[in-house]
Structure formats: structure tokens, C-alpha cells
Ligand binder design. Structure first.
Ligand code: TYD
Ligand code: ZN
Length: 410
């Protein structure tokens, strides 16, 4: 019987997608034979309220020297990290220069903004290739998984941190007790642990099930974070909703007693309870809606194929892997996926093996229909692809709503 990662209570699976590939592993043709699969299923813990994956993939399978995700690829995300850095620095005493440690610092996009804002920065990043980009920018980065031993070592070497931060990284970690304990030990007495991740109530509200894949080991909401914080002498003191990744939440934690909690914390937890997120019902309903959405997308694509239309995917996102493989979409339905990330281009998408082509290929030969996999960047993408619509191209989206539009409708 699967047990909770945090409190060891028997967990209750509510959705099972079956066999899935690693969502960020884009394959060279010679790698197809030994593609790795696992069973993607999601469960809720009735003990501590944490929503989590049933089967975990070893971190080394996901975060390695060939990691395909570079945080700097989207203009909007770059602006978002600038805002995150500015908001954080506004909270910290300006002198002496605050010391900020970022967990999962990727290519250093946020570290860079923190450094320009006057902070001393250190990144911890297990994927060597993305960390190398940060180092080239002169950003001090450790290639490592963050654990208790590293937290103690960093504190001994650099002194206590004024802030430990993470964006879309805490939800990647199964060893949560170790991470939270490590963060607390690295922090000074007035320090803050600030992280943001996709927000479970938003995932449910939008049926954004494409957030479910192996990297996202846990799906937080305020109540589950408050509980985790308490286990490690920390307290959830502030919450800031964020629009990125289809709806995220930024959590601020402080050593217990160091800061008073904003009323928003209790209000948000109360709202989560009004939504019944501490009961099984909303999760069962989500499972139903997911099945319907996948079926509708597949049927729409089959119809377009029967009409002889060319369909190209737009944005080879990790999250699209869940939809593509669950809905059993194939190269016969989607001829290719365009993406601006060089590390993905020329490779095949995980599981379905749809070709990833450069963005230039999209512009050079527009398809009839573009299927927007990077739906969280819709505004940015629609704005820059006016030419596609002018040429008569149609957008197909399945989130946040299902639409297949004639030109000029967006
Ligand atoms: P992201 O939205 O972070 O999603 P995930 O975490 O699911 O991978 O990734 C966006 C992907 O879309 C990334 O591979 C870059 C690509 N992309 C484009 O190709 N063109 C664009 O204009 C944008 C904004 C993104
Ligand atoms: Zn639990």
C-alpha cells in the first residue's frame, strides 16, 4: 500500500494515467530503444493533506547533465523572476548585502536579478548543463541536490542566509522533511524561506492536469505547506498568488515566532476547506473531467486529420507530455512541435515521438492549425504570431478552455 512521503499515512490514489515517459526527456533517434517509463498516478493523503505522486522516479533520472529545461527561454518568465527578486529584496534589510541561496537555480535567471539588486547570491542546481550557463554568467553555483549535509556545509562556509528561495523546485522534491529542515538550518534567525509552485486549487479549478508528471512530486496548497512548516520549526506567514504556470502560489515561511502571520494565511486555508479540498470529492471529479478533456482533444484532432488539415504543436513543454501520452496523440495527428529551445530541437517528444522543430520551421511553413501546448504563455505567443493568423491559421487550445478558432478571434 503506498504511503505518504511526509506522514506515512496510507494515501488514496484518485487518478491513474498509466505508463508515462519522462516529460522533459527529448530523445535522439538512437535513444528510442531504451526510453524509461513509469506509472503516473496521483493520490491524496488523508493524514496531512498532501497531494502527491504514487510512484516516484529517481531524481537522477530527471535532473542530470542533459536537462532540457532552461528557465530563461520565456520573456514573461524572465520578467516574473525580476519581480520575484525585487519583492524579496524589498523585504530584506539592504545592508550589509543580504545573502540569498536559490534552490534549483537552473541557468541563473533569478540569481542574476538578485545580484543586480545588491544581494550576495549562491545557486544550488543538480543539472550540470543548466548550472554551467549560470556559471558562465559569473553566478556562484553548486552542482548538487540540496540536502541536510549541504545545508550545514553552506552555513559553515558562507554564514546564515537571509533568504532561501525556490521557484518551481520544492514541488520536485520527495525528501521534503530534509529540504525544509535544511532550509531552516541554513537561515539566520530573521531569515525567510520563500518558494512558489503550481497551486493545487488552481490546477483543480482549471482541470490543468498537465501539471501532473514525474517532476512534480507534490502539489501544494496553503494548508499542506503550513503543516510541513510546523514540522520543522517554521511558520507559513505570507501568501502571494502568481499568474505563472497556469496559477501558482508564493509561500513565505519564517522561523517560528520571528514574524507574525498575515491574516491571508488563515483566510486562504479556510477557503481551501470551503472548496472541500480536504475531502475526496473534488479529486474524484477532477479525474472525470480529465478523461473527458483528453477524449475531446483526440476526437478534434482525428476530425482535423480526416479533413486533411496539417496540425503542428506549439511549445514542446514538459506538461504537454501528460496530455499527449494520455490522449494517445501520435505523429499521424500532430506532424511536429515547434520550440525555441535548441536542446529540444531535432529530437523526438517523450513517449509519442513527435518531432521537435525550431520555431523558424513554424514560420517558414505555417500549419493549418497550431495546437498550443505552451498554453501558460498564450498572451505572449498570440501577440508574436499575428502573422500566423493573418495567413489564415487557427489556434487550437484545450486549456484554460477548449477552443478552435477561426483566424482573428484571439
Ligand atoms: P514552460 O511553459 O515552462 O512549460 P513546462 O514547464 O511545461 O516545460 O515551457 C515553455 C516551453 O515552450 C519551452 O520549451 C519554450 C517554449 N516556448 C516557445 O517555443 N516559444 C515561445 O514563445 C514560448 C513563450 C515558449
Ligand atoms: Zn501525509
Amino acid at each position: 500500500m503506498p504511503r505518504c512521503l511526509v506522514c506515512a499515512t496510507a494515501i488514496e490514489p484518485f487518478i491513474d494515467f498509466g505508463r508515462m515517459p519522462i516529460a522533459n526527456r527529448f530523445l535522439a533517434p538512437e535513444e528510442l530503444a531504451d526510453e524509461f517509463f513509469y506509472n503516473l498516478a496521483v493520490a491524496r493523503c488523508p493524514g496531512c493533506e498532501l497531494v502527491q505522486l504514487v510512484e516516484l522516479v529517481a531524481p537522477e533520472q530527471m535532473f542530470h547533465e542533459r536537462y532540457a529545461y532552461f528557465s530563461s527561454t520565456s520573456r514573461r518568465m524572465s520578467e516574473h523572476f525580476a519581480g520575484f527578486a525585487a519583492a524579496l529584496l524589498a523585504e530584506l534589510p539592504p545592508a550589509p548585502a543580504p545573502f540569498v541561496v536559490e534552490l534549483g537555480s537552473n541557468d541563473g535567471i533569478m540569481l542574476q536579478h538578485l545580484r543586480s539588486g545588491g544581494a550576495r547570491v549562491l545557486g544550488v542546481e543538480p543539472s550540470a548543463n543548466v548550472a554551467a550557463v549560470a556559471r558562465e554568467r559569473g553566478l556562484d553555483t553548486r552542482v548538487a541536490f540540496f540536502d541536510l549535509a549541504l545545508a550545514e556545509q553552506l552555513r559553515a562556509e558562507y554564514g546564515p542566509a537571509d533568504a532561501v528561495v525556490g521557484a518551481n523546485v520544492v514541488c520536485h522534491v520527495a525528501a521534503l522533511d530534509e529540504l525544509f529542515e535544511g532550509a531552516r538550518r541554513l537561515l539566520g534567525p530573521q531569515g525567510v524561506f520563500v518558494f512558489e509552485d503550481p497551486y493545487l486549487p488552481e490546477i483543480i479549478a482549471r482541470t490543468a492536469f498537465d501539471q501532473f508528471y514525474e517532476e512534480h512530486v507534490v502539489y501544494f496548497r496553503a494548508e499542506s505547506v503550513a503543516g510541513l512548516a510546523r514540522r520543522h520549526g517554521l511558520e507559513l506567514v505570507e501568501l502571494h498568488p502568481q499568474a505563472v504556470h497556469g496559477g501558482s502560489m508564493r509561500y513565505t515561511l519564517a522561523p517560528r515566532g520571528a514574524r507574525s502571520a498575515s491574516p491571508r494565511v488563515a483566510q486562504t486555508i479556510a477557503r481551501e476547506r470551503e472548496l472541500g479540498l480536504h475531502t475526496a470529492a473534488p479529486y474524484a471529479a477532477l479525474g472525470e473531467r480529465v478523461g473527458q478533456l483528453a477524449k475531446r482533444l483526440r476526437e478534434t484532432l482525428e476530425q482535423l486529420r480526416d479533413e486533411g488539415k496539417r496540425v503542428q504543436g506549439y511549445g514542446a513543454t514538459a506538461k504537454s507530455s501528460t496530455m499527449i501520452n494520455y490522449a494517445k496523440l501520435t505523429p499521424a495527428l500532430i506532424e511536429s512541435i515547434c520550440d525555441t529551445t535548441p536542446a529540444k530541437q531535432g529530437r523526438l517528444s517523450p513517449g509519442a515521438h513527435i518531432r521537435v522543430v525550431p520555431h523558424e520551421a513554424f514560420v517558414a511553413d505555417y500549419p493549418d492549425v497550431a495546437l498550443l501546448f505552451a498554453w501558460n504563455h498564450a498572451d505572449e505567443i498570440f501577440a508574436k504570431e499575428r502573422g500566423f493568423e493573418a495567413a489564415g491559421g487557427r489556434w487550437l487550445t484545450y486549456l484554460p478552455e477548449f477552443r478552435l478558432d477561426p483566424p482573428h478571434m484571439r
